[in-house]
Design a protein around this ligand. Structure first.
Ligand code: MG
Length: 170
């Protein structure tokens, strides 16, 4: 544990990958991205928010997304990942954690995500109740390699730093 006089800090990491299929809307970072395919999943398949949630849950030491929202549970079928992200935000906030910063990489060969990064940042900042400047989103291709590079899937990696105020008795 890293700590200073007033706060304890913890980092968390999350990853996710889903298969691209026709007939689904593409949701990334909480926004709809125009494309002729979407991500196949029990929920809406938003790999960015899924990676983010796992990073946040991990930083708080509270397990993982599958533990909180089992995909065998029908109440989470096709659920908007923004709703799940709000539940995660509230859960970690109930343990007094707040976001210091979030850094995310989205790996997609297509579509080009550059024009959507700012919207994703804004949406993620709102969902996690943090300032816009505390969220960073990077979009990369996979240089044509593997399942990402051939357009079969999109993946995301998230890194999060949380902090909470130390309780002190003087
Ligand atoms: Mg997922």
């Amino acid at each position: 544990m890293i700590s200073d006089l007033n706060y304890e800090y913890r980092t968390g990491i999350g990853t996710d990958i889903h298969r691209l299929v026709e007939g689904r809307q593409l949701k990334l970072g909480g926004i709809a991205v125009p494309y002729d395919k979407g991500l196949l999943a029990h929920s809406d398949g938003d790999v960015v928010l899924h990676a983010l949630m796992d990073a946040v849950i991990g930083a708080a030491g509270l397990g993982d997304i599958g533990l909180l929202f089992p995909d065998s549970d029908p109440q989470f079928k096709n659920i908007d990942s923004k709703e799940l992200t709000l539940k995660v935000r509230d859960y970690v906030a109930s343990k007094n954690w707040e976001v210091v910063n979030i850094d995310i990489i989205v790996n997609a060969e297509e579509p080009k995500l550059g024009p959507f990064k700012m919207q994703m940042k804004r949406c993620i900042a709102d969902l996690m109740d943090t300032d816009f400047i505390n969220v960073n989103v990077k979009a990369k291709t996979n240089e044509g390699l593997g399942e990402i590079g051939t357009g079969l899937a999109i993946s995301a990696i998230a890194n999060v730093l949380l902090r909470r105020r130390l309780k002190r008795t003087l």
